[in-house]
Design a protein around this ligand. Sequence first.
Ligand SMILES: [Zn+2]
Length: 83
Amino acid sequence: MAWSFRKSEAHAAPVRCNWCRAPLAVHGPGGLKPSASELHALGAVAVKRVGWFCGRRCVGSYEVRFRVILEPEALDGQEPQTA
Ligand SMILES: [Zn+2]
């Protein structure tokens, strides 16, 4: 992906792609970093009750593997509910 993490952020709770486990963001004091909207702008996909994917390709792989159809979140700046 296009960004890199600073060392101080490496130990924060990471948000990873649910398919390839690529790190997408971290939970920092100010919330998700990069923000949800920034992640969307970079091509990441949020899916309700599942979490983040780094892109449509990983969403597709997940759908095939688990035989589900995922519905990406509308871009509303909110973090997806993964619980
Ligand atoms: Zn991925």
